[in-house]
Design a protein around this ligand. Sequence first.
Ligand code: SAM
Ligand code: SF4
Length: 333
Amino acid sequence: MSEQRVLADAYGRVATDLRVSLTDRCNLRCSYCMPAEGLDWLPHPEVLTDDEVVRLITVGVRSLGVRDVRFTGGEPLIRRGLVDIVRRTRELDPGLELSVTTNGLGLERMAGALAEAGLDRVNLSLDTLDPKQFATITRRDRLDDVLRGAKAAHEAGLTPVKVNAVLLRGVNDAEACGLLAWAVAHEYQLRFIEQMPLDAQHDWHREQMVTAEEIFERLSREFSLSPASEPRGSAPAELFLVNGGPAVVGVIASVTRPFCGDCDRVRITADGQVRNCLFAREESDLRAALRGGASDDEIAQRWVAAMATKLPGHGINDPTFLQPDRPMSAIGG
Ligand code: SAM
Ligand code: SF4
């Protein structure tokens, strides 16, 4: 049995929420995430095997206080071992909160198996309900598959189905209210996320970003929004009751009102690097430790050391800000 530690940093924050990227590959090409031609994917041998992924999660849960595990990517549903990885993670502890962030392609087929394996819920990404607009934003004509995936997840009990939407100025920003009406009607919980400088093309421009304040103002034209009673805590979304509730909508002001002071996250990339922040410029190589024969305790120590250097904030609003080398899809959003 290895020693119990926590993933604490120098600012008193403790990470208990682990984001595990299962692949950097994707079957969509969202314009704010990656270029039309895709990226240079990680070579297969560099990607952690299913056993390696489960071993790192086991160390996180058993020795380091991890309580939430979110599988992401790239697109996690294209990882062949996903259901098995979920099942093995669930077997570690029935009390863990397990979720997947997905673009929804293939979810219709997999939702039942994921629920049966012990997944609690899904976060589905969807920025528009217009098929043409969907094809423009994601460069693939697949809106129907995503809508069917959301429905299947809801029916499989992977609830609340949270829907993440990024608004792009002059593209889909006029759809904010339409998206909310749709989400409320289907009992999905919609959350708008400010666009962040994490695209592979480095095309992010502050003036183009639709701010949380603008989103709130747009939604308020058609809905009455009042603060939901729960305090925001380490959850990044500011939640509002829609027309008095019970439906809620979230607005995640990652750029204009950063929540770094309450951050409880840590990330592992598909090639086994610990990142203590989405915007970190340094990583710590747990794959080398794994493949070099390190014990669980040695892996835990290396992971703890990686957290100690976490910076107080992401620095997007500093004049000296530098975008991290890896884009969002290769980090795990
Ligand atoms: N492929 C899956 C998906 O789309 O849900 C998981 C990975 S994706 C990188 C995770 C989330 O990051 C998605 O909700 C996506 O909209 C969001 N995202 C990607 N690039 C972003 C950016 N530049 N700013 C804000 N959110 C972004
Ligand atoms: Fe793929 Fe998700 Fe990036 Fe869209 S946001 S290209 S679905 S990884």
